[in-house]
Design a protein around this ligand. Structure first.
Ligand SMILES: Cc1cc2nc3c(=O)[nH]c(=O)nc-3n(C[C@H](O)[C@H](O)[C@H](O)COP(=O)(O)OP(=O)(O)OC[C@H]3O[C@@H](n4cnc5c(N)ncnc54)[C@H](O)[C@@H]3O)c2cc1C
Length: 287
């Protein structure tokens, strides 16, 4: 319950925050919504000497459209995502996914950028970002770089982010009209992380799958893109046989860890089941 002592910094710009990270060194941590970092500090799993709070940097929060992309500031909260008419219209998959995250109080504070940067395979945004083909804008002392969600999640709590970089924006291409989507999440209770969850974004053409993206949550040390499963579906009708094969291929890449949510066999089977349900629900919404 009691975190170790730390110094607190509240920069007003991204540039100032990056400078602070450089000056303070690896013992400094960025603070976003605080709903993963503070629980870890209270258990003394993390003991940073400095917290650099991003909460006063207004430019980091907001949702907008630029051409065929949606831009979301890293400090945009889950609640902001749920209340956005633009996202409801253009990226309903993201709104559906955010609705499955935590509970109302956590969603008032927790940010999309923090959820992605944390690198926890139990978090929901990583798999959603894989299904949505998102890119992340990372800003550091040498400027900006843009990386794809696919490849960003390196391992358990490990991403491509360097210690002196800040995730500033998430860029998501707007799916074509008529796309189907679904996020199916199995959990023990409201506010729990997924036992297994699957994000699907799908386009149909003439009754056959034209394009599909599948992201898996808590199925391994990182969120996983089910590429073989996706490839197996293209050009096929979504019938029981093709959905079963896609679920089998998703299960074949699962490497979940055993914990109180279940053992490897159960979690793997549930990943297959969430994949089946997400594909069927997405197909029902596609036209
Ligand atoms: C009761 C409870 C239930 C929850 N259930 C879920 C759930 O079902 N699904 C889910 O996905 N999450 C869940 N969470 C996690 C929650 O959504 C967190 O808020 C989220 O994981 C981290 O976002 P944050 O803004 O709170 O980040 P913080 O806790 O402030 O930061 C997390 C980490 O990311 C780093 N970081 C933050 N922002 C940036 C940035 N812009 N650039 C670089 N690094 C950054 C921080 O330094 C830190 O290491 C739950 C949390 C609680 C307390």
């Amino acid at each position: 319950m009691i975190p170790a002592a730390f110094d607190y910094h509240a920069p007003r710009s991204v540039g100032d925050a990056i400078k602070l990270l450089g000056d303070l060194g690896p013992d400094a941590k960025l603070l976003a919504g605080g709903h993963s970092l503070l629980p870890m500090m209270k258990l003394r799993f993390a003991q940073p000497s400095h917290l650099v709070d991003l909460g006063r940097i207004g430019e980091l929060r907001g949702i907008s459209q630029s051409g065929n992309e949606i831009l979301i500031g890293a400090m945009t909260t889950e609640d902001d995502l749920l209340r956005s008419p633009l996202l409801a219209d253009k990226l309903p998959l993201l709104v559906e996914g955010a609705g499955w995250i935590a509970d109302p109080q956590v969603r008032y504070k927790g940010t999309i950028g923090g959820d992605i940067s944390h690198g926890d395979p139990g978090n929901d945004h990583p798999a959603l970002m894989l299904a949505l083909d998102a890119s992340f804008v990372l800003q550091g002392p040498k400027g900006e770089r843009v990386v794809k969600a696919e490849g960003f999640f390196v391992g358990f709590y490990s991403t491509l982010l360097e210690p002196d970089e800040i995730l500033t924006r998430i860029r998501i291409p707007i799916p074509p009209p008529g796309s189907g989507w679904s996020y199916q999440k199995l959990k023990r209770k409201t506010g729990d992380f997924a036992t297994a969850a699957t994000a699907v974004l799908l386009q149909m053409s003439g009754g056959k799958v034209a394009k599909v993206a599948i992201g898996l949550t808590n199925a391994g040390p990182t969120a996983l893109k089910a590429s073989a499963s996706e490839a197996s579906l293209v050009g096929k009708a979504l019938d029981a046989a093709s959905v079963d094969e896609a679920a089998r291929l998703a299960m074949s890449i699962c490497e979940p860890s055993t914990d109180q949510r279940g053992d490897v066999a159960y979690k793997t089977a549930m990943c297959g089941e969430m994949t089946r349900r997400a594909l069927q629900a997405a197909a029902a919404r596609a036209n």
